[in-house]
Design a binder for this molecule. Structure first.
Ligand SMILES: [Zn+2]
Length: 217
């Protein structure tokens, strides 16, 4: 029987890749630590968007740092640098660039970053209940619908202000929830709270859009 430690080593070895140039076994990453050749990027990579950009998984992050990492890596992966490299290096660089662009596009937006975390911890079907009106907004929603039907515009403007205020509050709540997520060991509970917040915020935004569209008619 294998001692427990050996099992762990075997498991982690299955997540290494072999350098095409020098055959070094290495963790999935952009460049080989031994010969500095570009390594393959595979679609089944275990690397998260945070891993690819070389930043710690956090929701409250330094956007300047993220942008700098992105530009630095983009430079290292630029096609010009691989113009005279033998195959498969140029192709690998292209794959990494695609993965890098996707990672940066997702992480630089607060909403997309939150959604990415939600899907990572709770799975893709996590927004199934987004069409349900959050209970504390139901009354406001139905009042808006009534006023829109009646064609009254003055009360609608005060509703618009109320929704804008709720959205500003929602923004502050996100910071609290995101900080909790970054610090807690219980990522699952923190993610569930973020999902509920995200659903509510989406609803607020769609109510506001609806209102703005109809009032301007
Ligand atoms: Zn190598």
């Amino acid at each position: 029987m294998l001692p427990k430690a050996a099992v762990v080593v075997l498991h982690s070895q299955s997540k290494t890749i072999s350098c095409w140039k020098c055959s070094e076994q290495t963790a999935p990453q952009i460049f080989c630590e031994r010969c500095h050749s570009i390594l393959d990027y595979r679609a089944d990579s275990i690397l998260s968007h945070f891993d690819i950009l070389g930043v710690t998984e956090r929701l409250v992050l330094d956007e300047n740092e993220l942008r700098n990492k992105f530009y630095e890596l983009s430079k290292q992966l630029h096609p010009d640098r691989f113009a005279v490299s033998p195959a498969p290096a140029p192709q690998f660089a292209l794959r990494w660039t695609t993965a890098l662009n996707r990672a940066y596009k997702t992480l630089k937006s607060r909403e997309d970053r939150t959604q990415y975390i939600i899907e990572k911890y709770l799975g893709h079907s996590s927004s199934a209940k987004k069409s349900t009106i959050p209970s504390d907004l139901a009354e406001t929603y139905f009042e808006i619908q009534d006023l829109l039907t009646e064609g009254q515009s003055e009360p609608l403007l005060s509703f618009k202000k109320e929704l804008e205020k709720k959205l500003a509050e929602s923004d502050e709540q996100w910071i609290v929830l995101a900080n909790t997520f970054d610090k807690t060991e219980n990522k699952l509970a923190a993610t569930q709270a973020l999902r509920d917040h995200q659903d509510r915020e989406r609803y607020l935004k769609s109510m506001l859009n609806d209102l703005e569209r109809k009032v301007s008619l």
